[in-house]
Design a protein around this ligand. Structure first.
Ligand code: ASP
Length: 431
């Protein structure tokens, strides 16, 4: 019996926590009338404490995790110098496709309005920073005092400072080996801490769901379904409209030929929810399409580290969902901040399951949205993580294809199926 429980994955436990929280919330909303049990004992104490402790644990991770992973992510771009022009083009395409992805997500969620009707305004305090003018937003991304920004969790200056340190580490390489290692190990520690905190997610999600639905009843269900719909629509647009269009415009290659061969990589990413683990398969499939290893051995691992278009789509939808749920109108400067922070969050999101949810905290923080809403969407995030990871790896492969085409490192006969590449010709280990 116990063995059976042990076999249930964390993602499924979180889903179970969410469903149970939903049911318990509804039961409280409809059938429990005793205010002492319902409000004082359960909603205001048990669920409140359980939910808030979990949210605080997540918040605790954000600054060190984001800081270390941005430094490590940017420092890993050091190989650019080896690859020369390819490096610059790759990074540019990675950043642009992510910015496009998040913009699409903001538009979709702005039209569908998934958070409307959730009415969470009374459940947590928003601390909106939209009052800032555009000029202030730009000026304030440069930290007066980086330690202060780190201490107060002021995300934009923290990101800028992290990017600068990453660039310098990449530049000084040999001279700063120790500090580089320090950040890499710091990153490993924070990833480990994240996975420990995530073990409490089923309980935290249960409490947050129960608390929300005890107050809202069935009204709360529709927004969640709409949110799932928005994310899936955004991912589908990115994968099947944006990428093929970019590919046709920049290379005139046939996207159907690409997808026919690439679909197995998408399935693998879907079932494993990790871009990192998909790196070898992604490179292998691209080699079979005629892409030179010289390019893919650089662009694919880099993409798995810094390019997360699917994650950015989820984050854009989540921001709009929360803003609508709290009745907050995000102004233009806040939306621009969201685009910028989500692109940086994509750099800072490691290619492993669920990390996009942690870096989502930083996007929320950047515009002062209450992170409690993350607890609500967390229950269904496992499913969305599978879909967005498939899009994340597709973005890496499309960019690689474009870069290899433009740098004449793509065998067009192989891509067009006129010539087959022999298995022995594929250098599986990038040597
Ligand atoms: N699971 C995603 C990936 O590995 C990252 C995330 O969005 O959580 O690409």
């Amino acid at each position: 019996m116990l063995d059976k429980f042990k076999k249930i994955s964390l993602g499924n436990w979180i889903l179970i926590g969410m469903i149970l929280g939903f049911i318990v919330g509804l039961i409280l909303n409809f059938w429990v009338k005793d205010p002492f049990i319902k409000d004082i004992v359960l909603i205001d104490n048990v669920f409140y404490i359980g939910g808030t402790v979990f949210i605080k644990l997540m918040k605790m991770l954000v600054v060190p995790l984001v800081f270390c992973s941005i430094v490590v992510g940017v420092a890993s771009i050091s190989d650019i110098r080896k690859i020369g022009k390819i490096g610059g083009t790759t990074i540019l395409i990675y950043l642009l496709t992510t910015a496009l992805a998040i913009t699409i997500a903001l538009l979709i969620a702005g039209i569908i309005k998934p958070g409307e009707g959730l009415n969470m305004a009374g459940l947590a305090q928003a601390n909106l920073t939209t009052a800032q003018s555009m000029a202030d937003t730009v000026i304030n991304i440069i930290p007066d005092n980086p330690i202060n920004s780190l201490a107060s969790g002021d995300m934009l200056p923290v990101i800028i400072f992290g990017v600068l340190i990453g660039i310098i580490l990449a530049k000084l390489r040999e001279e700063t080996k120790t500090v580089n290692k320090l950040f890499e190990e710091g990153n490993t520690i924070m990833m480990e801490m994240t996975s420990i905190v995530m073990k409490f997610a089923p309980i935290g999600v249960f409490c947050l769901m129960a608390k929300t639905f005890a107050g809202l009843g069935f009204e709360g269900l529709m927004p969640l379904l709409k949110y799932i719909g928005c994310v899936l629509l955004g991912l589908a647009i990115q994968a099947f409209i944006v990428y093929p269009s970019i590919m046709v415009i920049l290379t005139r290659l046939n996207p159907i030929k690409f997808f026919k061969r690439f679909i197995s990589v998408m399935f693998f990413a879907f079932s494993s929810s990790t871009s990192n683990a998909t790196i070898p398969l992604n490179m292998e499939k691209l080699s079979e399409m005629g892409v030179s290893r010289d390019v893919s051995s650089f662009t694919i691992p880099l993409g798995a580290t810094i390019n997360m278009d699917g994650t950015a789509i989820m984050q854009g939808c989540a921001v709009m969902f929360a803003a609508q749920a709290y009745g907050i109108d995000l102004g233009t400067s806040a939306l621009i901040t969201v685009v910028f922070t989500a692109v940086m969050a994509s750099v800072g999101t490691a290619g492993v399951p669920s990390v996009g949810l942690i870096t989502l905290n930083m996007v929320f923080n950047s515009v002062g949205l209450p992170v409690d809403a993350i607890g609500i969407i967390m229950g269904i995030d496992h499913l969305l993580d599978m879909f967005r990871t498939a899009v994340n790896v597709t973005g890496d492969a499309i960019c690689t294809l474009i870069v290899s085409f433009r740098s004449k490192a793509l065998d067009l006969d192989v891509f067009n199926g006129k010539k087959e590449i022999k298995k022995e010709e594929i250098d599986y280990f990038g040597n």
